[in-house]
Design a protein around this ligand. Structure first.
Ligand code: FAD
Length: 445
């Protein structure tokens, strides 16, 4: 059996490794159009900020590793140009030589990920305007900072990548202004939670321009001024574009593979597309909600790894199935952690739920024990069934633990009143006798 994988970051390599564990004799080949493989995209902002000092720690595996450890052939610098689903063949371009050749597959995994949105605004192609998606982008940002010593940056986009970059550029001594066309940062959060993040960013010196779309990037050779809607002009030395990503689906579309309503590749719980023997996983593929089964596109490394493993298992006769996602995410900006799982209040209402909502401000551990700090929890439950639908948490400490308790509770269909009865661990350095999650349940019930 010949398994071919297109794309070799989180989903592709996870699938290939699982396929090899299941099947020692299959031929497994990966084509990757870029130069880096199996890297941690999630670590890139911290590499730019100097928190992660060694680039090699983010790119720990290369082609030789995959050959030696898994007997998998990885071809970097090779772009898959077309898939012929009838003959089960691929047309591939060696990007260094321009040579074009064919390969065949018995099972094919599309793990082509996503690409950053770069809207056609004037000036976007100037050399000091940077997206951040892969290692090459991070290298370009790093080189620019080293060579040009910028003193000021404008970040366009207040999502988690924009906010992680704000922290890391400030670490490098660069003053940051951040603009977003939305009236708040982190649009998946409810505005009454985003406000905490906004106030915190401003306290850390990040100037926010919310509700202002970028109109033009002005300058001769390089951008020196960012013009926003409303006639605002900001002088700057560099621009980071972080307005979001789109699933990389052109190749799949050309091959007649169906997309779902979110625009990503539609897959079933076995990661199979509508075309026999073709699977899709990771940021190019559509997930569905654990809460209501609706299609959901929240492209994250956690999900890409999981989907990849399931695809690898399925391509080799396994029975692992995808159970959906809650869209759980966490990130930090400066010392503040921001986490979310399930439905926000606005999402739940838009989906027709009659909701009950609670806000709760509690210490992460006993207030008399050193370094305790308050966190804000907002939780949403269904008024009729009492089932917890989602939670958002902002705070400097203990946020990761609480959000994962909510994730577990929602996944197993817990009701608001169940939270109080959880036998959560307590000692003063770690929690309070009634944990913040338990309090949330007491308020919601
Ligand atoms: P990708 O990483 O996009 O990889 C797809 C690969 O396919 C690419 O290398 C591409 O070159 C290749 N490819 C595409 N088309 C072709 C073709 N035709 N032929 C050959 N190769 C092709 N997620 C989290 O869960 N937590 C985090 O904290 C987090 N932080 C992040 C921070 C940053 C700055 C970024 C950029 C992402 C972050 N993510 C995070 C998201 C995470 O990195 C992605 O979800 C993950 O990389 C998706 O993996 P993937 O394999 O599906 O796709």
């Amino acid at each position: 059996m010949r398994i071919v994988v297109i794309g070799s970051v989180a989903a592709g390599t996870s699938a290939a490794a699982k396929a090899r564990r299941n099947d020692e004799s299959a031929e497994i080949v990966i084509y990757e159009k870029d130069r880096d493989i199996s890297y941690s995209g999630c670590g890139l902002p911290y590499y730019i900020g100097g928190v992660v000092k060694e680039r090699a720690k983010l790119t720990p595996r290369d082609e030789a590793f995959f050959k030696q450890r898994y007997n998998i052939d990885v071809f970097t610098g090779h772009s898959v140009a077309d898939i012929d689903t009838a003959s089960k063949t691929l047309s591939i371009v060696n990007m260094a030589t321009g040579e074009q050749f064919e390969d065949r597959y018995d099972k094919l995994l599309i793990a082509t990920g996503a690409h950053p949105i770069m809207p056609p605004i004037p000036g976007i192609d100037k050399p000091n305007v940077f997206p951040l998606r892969n290692v090459a982008h991070a290298d370009a940002i790093n080189e620019f900072i080293q060579q040009k010593q910028p003193r000021h940056a404008v970040i366009i986009g207040g999502g988690f990548i924009g906010l992680e970059m704000a922290e890391n550029l400030v670490h490098r001594g660069i003053a940051v202004d951040l603009a977003d066309m939305a009236p708040q940062v982190m649009t998946p959060l409810d505005p009454d939670m985003a406000i905490y993040v906004q106030q915190y960013l401003e306290r850390n010196g990040v100037k926010l321009y919310l509700g202002h779309a970028v109109e033009e990037l002005l300058g001769d050779e390089e951008v020196d001024t960012v013009r926003l809607a409303g006639g605002i002009e900001i002088e700057t030395d560099m621009v980071i574009m972080a307005i979001g990503i789109r699933p990389e689906v052109e190749l799949a579309k050309r091959a007649g593979i169906a997309l779902g309503p979110t625009g990503a590749i539609a897959v079933d719980t076995r990661m199979q597309t509508n075309v026999p023997d073709i699977y899709a996983a990771g940021d190019c593929a559509e997930a569905f909600s654990v809460i209501n089964g609706k299609p959901l596109y929240r492209p994250l490394g956690s999900t890409a790894n999981k989907m990849g493993r399931i695809a690898g298992d399925q391509m080799t006769g396994g029975d692992l199935e995808f159970r959906g996602i809650l869209g759980t995410g966490i990130f930090k900006t400066f010392d503040m952690a921001v986490a979310q799982t399930g439905l926000s209040e606005k999402e739940a209402k838009a989906q027709g739920y009659d909701v009950v909502v609670c806000h709760n401000i509690k210490y992460d551990h006993a207030d008399y024990y050193p370094d305790s700090a308050e966190m804000v929890i907002k939780a949403v439950a269904d008024k009729t069934t009492h089932k917890i639908l989602g939670a958002q948490i902002v705070g400097p400490r203990g946020v990761d633990k609480r959000i994962d308790v909510f994730v577990t509770a929602i996944t197993f269909g817990a009701k608001a009143e169940d939270l109080f009865h959880l036998d959560l661990a307590y000692a003063p350095p770690f929690s309070t006798a009634k944990d913040p999650v338990m309090y949330t349940g007491m308020i919601l019930e």
